[in-house]
Each structure stands twice: as C-alpha cells, then as structure tokens.
Design a protein. Sequence first.
Length: 294
Amino acid sequence: MNAPLTPKFVKLETLSLKSSQEVNERWVQQVIENDPTVLGLGDVIIIGRERIQPGGGRLDLLLQDDDGTGRYEVELQLGSTDESHIIRTIEYWDTERKRYPQLRHTAVIIAEDITSRFFNVIGLFNGVIPLMAIQMTVIRQADGIGIIFTRVLDTMASGVIDDGDEPPTDRSYWETEQGTPKTVQLVDKVLEIIHTFKTDAVLSYNKYYIGIWIDGRACNFASFRPRKNAMLLSICLPKTPELDAQLNAIGLDVLEYDKQWKQYRIKLKESDITAQRELLSNLLNKAYNLRKKE
C-alpha cells in the first residue's frame, strides 16, 4: 500500500496552446502584458505590441529594461519552433537595432517546444546575434490556467565595449540631456576611486555612455550612465555566485547582469558611493586588471 504524501502531491495537466480551444496566442500576450517579469528578463516594461515592421509583419512584443539601456524583440510561437519563425525573429531584431543603435538589443523567441534542430540553427549565429529562447509550458490548475517560462538558451557575449565610432559629446550634454549636474558628479566620485589605483584614468564623454581612457585610448573596464535620479555604473566582471551574494547582502540596487557584455550594473546614489567605497574600489581594480590581460 502506498504511503500518503505530505504535502499532498497534485498531478498537473499540461495544455497545448496550438490545439487548445480555451487559450490562444493573444491570451499569452495578455499574460505577459499584465506582468512582463514572468519571462525572467528582470525589471522590464512593454513599449510596443504588434509593432508594424517596414518590410511587413508585426513584432509581437517590444520590451525595454527599466533603465532604458536594453530592448528585447519578442516573438511568440505556438507549438514547435520552425525556421521561418526564427528568421522572422532575427529580421525584427535587426530592424529595431538599426532604428535605435544606441541601445542593446536582444532577439527573444518564445515557443512551446524548442526543438533540437533549433539549437543547430542557432549555433550558426552564436556570438554574433544575441538570441534568447524561452520555452513556455501551459498548466491547468483547479483555479485557472498558468504558464511556466523557462529560459533554455541564453545570449552569448560579443566582446568588450570600446569607444570606436561612438559620437563624442561633452560634460554639459550629460548634465542637461541625460542626467543632472549632481548625478554627473557621482561619476567624478567613482573616478576618484579609480585614481587610487590608476592615476592617469580620464573620462571619455560619448553619446550613449561615459567611458574611461588610459594612455590615450579607450579602456572601458567600467562605464557610466548618469540619469535624473541616480547614476548607473557598469563594471566588466564575470558573474559568480559569490559576488552576487556579496552585492545582495549590502543592499545595493543591482540590476540584471548584462550577459552580452559581461557586466554587473549598479544604480548608485551618493550615499552608496560613500558607504561602499572599499567594495567599489576592489571591484573596479579587479575589472581593470582583467582588462589589462585581454
């Protein structure tokens, strides 16, 4: 005789969206629209639905990071992935990145079944196109229908950030157009920390970020984006559980890790820089030393 289970085991019933009479693709879109965080992409907002594309077709969803630095071109597919849908996802991604080249773009395909053939196709683009695959599982429960979104393929890193052809600007641009004089001063305070181990580091004012120059050339082991109420600091370090735990323990406002550029992104206020000066110095110094080895 089988022993009773505590807590009680409940057998779940999965549904196929493609053949369901109850729910459809528009219903899935509505679920995501009501709470975009269900996709596991961090704090994102929806800025476009059924977005018309110049060459024809409509992009299902256009999402953006809450800090405004990255966008996700999302395509939904009922059933299994197929080549035509993959190509359409990449085409929409390419269109949007050309429209807004100053932003970080990621193509996202969501389907009920991510087939092995899909992974073979994506292998051809690895490291060139930031493409993410999310598998959705629809489950019927006693009080309704739910969806589990599982990220089965993540983006690959594309290299380090250098100024390259970035349009140059000046300090006043960041004080008036992007941030404020006060949040730009936070960049100065972090630069003071960098000067404790690299005295010749200087700021490079670009249109989309403030970088660092050393010895007459870009050395962006860290970059800055002043906003109206805070300053976003990006530090190029590999993601580790130990560092995740350390940052979470001290209560800094850490945004989702940027896998494409291998960066920790931290929203800083003046009090954060003062209180965590030693930690920031250690992280920045480590990032600089790693950059020197490349």
